[in-house]
Design a protein around this ligand. Structure first.
Ligand code: SF4
Length: 289
């Protein structure tokens, strides 16, 4: 399937940013091979140990993928609890008819959970006057950036697909689906991976600040890796994203590393003395196996 002509460089627009050296396409695989050679069994050790410590999370769809996308945009650079408030206000301001449903956000979510509610009316959200929409989602933070981003994403989906459903992504290969989403302005690999992992159980690993911090301290990813590089590093560490890899492993890894970052491996004062992976953590011992 051809990638849709969307994004900042659609229509032949010239790239003006300075060209950076591209990493070799197999850099992530090379890192995974090197890690397996230097520190054998580290990835399964960390995931199994964290599963025993925090409990093994199991995947279950929590929202339809369009709602997941909008909720995830609301979480960008905001606390989950504030994104929740903004999403609930969106539902109240632009409701669809039908019964209110409860939504269990689970899986590493940092808020208190959504109150029962209906799916937002996406045509009304897209058509809303921008100042009004900004005011509606203001409790989520960064509303002046996120309101136009939400409307642009909805407009792009409607223009490309004729409606607001993203269910078609479930028919695509994971990396193809990720490319479709990241071609939309304001949708990066983390947001796209969340939509595809939580919406479809695709084997893609969203790397947020907790995942990145814990992973770098243990040494699962290089200390200087960017967040965007970390997404591809995890594809190599957890297996190929070609449908043959167990989706549950990416989901479990994502949720377990977030939980560990929130509960034990805090940004300040990590509780290494009660951490079950301390024996193999390079933050504790730079020569840890
Ligand atoms: S040993 Fe300390 S730094 Fe390493 S993962 Fe555990 S809490 Fe984090």
């Amino acid at each position: 399937m051809n990638r849709p002509p969307v994004g900042p460089h659609a229509g032949g627009a010239k790239r003006t940013a300075p060209q950076r050296r591209r990493r070799p396409p197999d850099a992530a695989k090379a890192w995974a091979r090197s890690l397996a050679r230097r520190r054998p069994g580290l990835v399964p050790f960390v995931l199994d140990t964290l599963a025993a410590f925090h409990g093994l999370p199991t995947w279950e769809r929590r929202l339809d993928p369009t709602s997941e996308l909008v909720l995830t945009i609301l979480t960008q650079n905001s606390a989950d609890i504030n994104a929740e408030k903004a999403y609930e206000r969106l539902r109240e301001a632009y409701p669809t008819s039908g019964p209110a449903v409860s939504t269990e956000l689970g899986g590493g979510w940092g808020g208190t959970g959504l109150n029962p509610g209906v799916t937002p009316d996406w045509p009304a959200v897209e058509a809303a006057p921008l100042p009004e929409l900004i005011d509606v989602i203001r409790p989520g933070g960064l509303a002046p950036q996120k309101a136009p981003r939400i409307q642009a994403a909805l407009r792009r989906i409607r223009e490309e697909r004729g409606d607001y459903s993203l269910e078609f992504l479930g028919e695509m290969a994971p990396l193809e689906a990720r490319a479709w989403l990241t071609a939309i302005d304001g949708i990066g690999p983390k947001t796209a991976s969340i939509v595809l992992l939580f919406g479809f159980g695709m084997p893609l690993m969203p790397v947020d600040r907790h995942v990145e911090r814990v992973s770098k301290r243990i040494g699962l990813i290089p200390p200087k890796a960017t967040a965007d590089q970390a997404h591809d590093l995890y594809l190599a560490l957890l297996g190929p994203a070609d449908g043959t890899h167990a989706a549950t492993e990416a989901y479990a890894a994502h949720v377990l590393l977030i939980r560990h970052g929130r509960l034990v491996c805090h940004a300040r004062n990590p509780e290494c003395d009660r951490c079950p992976v301390a024996t193999r953590c390079r933050f504790v011992d730079r020569r840890a196996p």
